[in-house]
Design a binder for this molecule. Structure first.
Ligand SMILES: Cc1ncc(COP(=O)(O)O)c(C=O)c1O
Length: 383
């Protein structure tokens, strides 16, 4: 008898087609492949899309966060409050800038920073706070106003937040510096890439210089001036430049964004309908102030669920369904423990231990999604 082999269900996949391939070929034909006209075009389209005055492309969200923290004046001796329930890049960027991350608790429903706990962790040394719009759900920015009133800068980690809204306005349009990721697990991607958005023209100008070694004249401007202008380097800069190849892909991805978001929201609705009625399964929060962009779809397995998180993970993987454990808290990682000692964040640790992320990408087929749903429901209702 021949065994029937079911195709694996991937966890995530970028959505590329002929449009991206043609756009890359067009850039290669011009011979201008590093930061140039396509990057400038992508920046303008991105700023318009998220409702920010300026967008500065970078190599990643991590490098955008590094620049944003430099712009906020973070340096040695300064503290930056951020959640621990986030990808390690959030806190690493604080260290790159010379600051010290101070981890705040998250809310058990939204998995975003708990504003009251964050306020308690503010000290005279706090220079900035990084709310993370985790997996595409906006953090409660209004609740952080009390922190801003202490003269502390808000830098939004919007790595997962493209398409996400807060009180009806896109993330990026709230007047803070926001940092974005185009890693392949994000809703739009060009392999790697990042963006910094801001309403502050001087900050955008400085970020443009810093991302290109702090040169006072960009390569493109020098090229247009036929080599007759000479750059200077007045501060420490970095090579955080995006290529025109990446930007050309990004332009095509932005054109598809509404369709990609609509698909993700439809997939999330179908998961919600299947899982919300099951005792012991907590579906993603839908607070009234936010429209979730579902960069990922996370479930929490509460007491009363028929299976624990690690058994469910193993069960799904054995059925060819790719999934991930909840976000590993940064404060528990050996590097952070070694550097800052032991920190206790009980809500963060509980959510991390009890959560799982399921396949979520725009081209996930109904058949494959049903396989995921059937496998989760079967395990969670087992007695
Ligand atoms: C919340 C968060 N911040 C920062 C990053 C880092 O983004 P990048 O890979 O573009 O540096 C990620 C990426 O996964 C993320 O999820």
């Amino acid at each position: 008898m021949t065994a029937i082999s079911l195709r694996d269900v991937p966890f995530s996949r970028p959505e590329f087609d002929r449009a991206e391939a043609d756009a890359v070929a067009a850039v290669l034909a011009t011979g201008w492949v590093s930061q140039g006209p396509r990057v400038a075009e992508f920046e303008a389209l991105f700023a318009e899309r998220v409702g920010a005055a300026h967008a500065v492309a970078t190599t990643s969200c991590t490098t955008a966060l590094h620049l944003a923290l430099i712009l906020a004046g973070v340096g040695p001796g300064d503290e930056v409050v951020c959640p621990s329930y986030t990808f390690i890049a959030t806190a690493n960027a604080v260290l790159y800038a010379g600051g010290t991350p101070v981890f705040a608790e998250i809310d058990a429903q939204t998995w975003n920073i708990d504003p009251a706990d964050a306020l308690r962790r503010v000290s005279r040394r706090t220079k900035a706070i990084i709310p993370v719009h985790q997996v595409g759900l906006a953090a409660d920015l209004d609740a952080l106003k009390a922190i801003e009133e202490h003269g502390i800068t808000i830098v939004e980690d919007a790595a997962c937040a493209i398409g996400s809204t807060y009180r009806g306005r896109h993330i990026g349009a709230q007047g803070h510096t926001a940092c974005w990721s185009f890693h392949p697990r994000k809703t739009i991607s060009m392999g790697e890439g990042g963006m910094l958005t801001t309403d502050d023209a001087a900050a955008a100008e400085r970020a443009r210089r810093l991302r290109s070694f702090a040169a006072t004249v960009s390569d493109h401007a020098r090229h247009q001036a036929k080599g007759m202008v000479y750059e200077e380097y007045r501060e420490l800069g970095y090579n955080y430049r995006m290529t025109d190849v990446q930007a050309a892909i990004g332009i095509q991805q932005l054109a598809k964004l509404d369709r990609l978001l609509a698909r993700r929201r439809a997939i999330a609705r179908r998961y919600d309908e299947a899982f919300a009625p099951i005792a012991g399964l907590q579906t993603p929060a839908r607070p009234p102030y936010a429209d979730h962009a579902y960069q990922s779809y996370g479930l929490r397995l509460l007491p009363g669920c028929g299976v624990d998180r690690d058994d469910l993970l193993g069960n799904l993987v054995n059925q060819g369904i790719s999934c991930r454990r909840g976000i590993p808290p940064i404060h528990l990682e050996p590097f952070y423990r070694g550097r800052f000692g032991s920190v206790s964040l009980p809500v963060t640790e509980r959510v991390a231990a009890e959560s799982i992320f399921l396949p979520m990408f725009a081209s996930l087929s109904e058949v494959d999604q049903q396989r995921v749903i059937d496998a989760v429901v079967e395990a969670a209702t087992r007695r």
